[in-house]
Design a protein around this ligand. Structure first.
Ligand SMILES: NC(=O)c1ccc[n+]([C@@H]2O[C@H](COP(=O)([O-])OP(=O)(O)OC[C@H]3O[C@@H](n4cnc5c(N)ncnc54)[C@H](O)[C@@H]3O)[C@@H](O)[C@H]2O)c1
Length: 271
């Protein structure tokens, strides 16, 4: 018996990293998965997104748990694509219980077109999460069984650190904006027993961090990175650490938790 037996979860950015870890962990608890990832790069970014092969690997990993998965290429910036994908998933599995609005991008290096960098990060991280959740809400309400929405913010969404990099500023603004959206939805949906929370991870070992652009910043002792240290002697979390916490947050054991900002950050925010 898993804690999520028979439930269905819609997860964005599921091609790799934390999104894949959520898909596998929730499937291990008995959930069927509706997965979406852009599976292509965004030109203003300085590192690659997940590929189609990455999403195929997520499918294999979920299926190896014995659960089912509907996986689609799709861009969270496209509301109608999100509506179609979640509707297809609900048609296949018959219900929706959990939403993990996880897709996100960053750019910490300078260069590129600043206006474009800022707009793209807000578009994916903030408007993309809005599209994801708004596409899912009618299905959650129609199910009449309550639900749990988890929005992936960041330690940056709780604490702004000084940076003159446009991408870092946009990232902080987008992740803080998610807290505002979460509070609106938590109030709006509480009467339906639909819970809404943000999570705030510190650095996690994924493609967002383990890439050439970030390695170059570390090699150059970029001052922006010096502020990114955890209180606990843990340099970086693993995607599974975040997925384990989320598996609890979406389970019935957390049935009373809504409207919260949950730091998953090895003490980053108290430091
Ligand atoms: N890695 C970290 O240090 C860290 C820390 C705090 C918060 N976060 C947040 O965690 C979330 C997951 O990131 P991750 O660490 O797994 O990094 P990641 O880059 O490995 O995963 C992000 C996923 O989102 C997908 N994606 C990007 N743009 C998309 C779009 N427009 N539509 C659909 N999918 C899109 C990518 O292809 C990728 O698979 C993000 O919201 C990120 O901001 C990451």
């Amino acid at each position: 018996m898993g804690t999520l037996d028979g439930k269905v979860a819609f997860i964005t950015g599921a091609g790799r990293g934390q999104g894949r870890a959520h898909a596998v962990r929730l499937a291990e608890e008995g959930a069927d998965i509706i997965a979406v990832d852009i599976c292509r790069d965004i030109p203003s970014m300085d590192y690659p997104n997940a590929s189609n092969d990455d999403l195929t690997e997520t499918v294999k990993l979920v299926e190896s748990t014995g659960r089912r998965i509907v996986a689609r290429e799709g861009d969270v910036r496209d509301r109608s694509a999100m509506e179609t994908i979640v509707a297809d998933g609900v048609a296949a599995f018959g219900r929706l219980d959990i939403v993990i609005a996880n897709a996100g991008i960053v750019r910490l290096s300078k260069g590129g077109d600043d206006q474009q960098v800022f707009r793209d990060i807000i578009d994916v991280n903030l408007i993309g999460a809005w599209n994801t959740v708004e596409a899912a809400i009618p299905h959650l309400i129609e199910g009449g069984r309550g639900g749990s929405i988890v929005i992936t913010s960041s330690s940056s969404g709780l604490r702004g650190t000084g940076s003159d990099a446009t991408g870092a500023q946009a990232y902080t603004a987008s992740k803080r904006g998610l807290v505002g959206l979460m509070q609106v939805w938590a109030n709006l949906l509480a009467s339906h027993s639909i819970r809404v929370n943000t999570i705030h991870p510190t650095g996690v070992a994924t493609g967002m961090v383990l890439n050439e652009a970030m390695a170059a910043l570390f090699a150059a002792n970029d001052p922006g990175l010096a502020t990114m240290q955890n209180a606990l002697p843990i340099q970086m979390l693993q995607p599974e650490d975040i997925a384990n916490a989320v598996a609890f947050l979406v389970s019935d054991e957390a049935h009373f938790i809504t409207g919260t900002t949950w730091p998953l950050d090895a003490g980053f925010t108290v430091r």
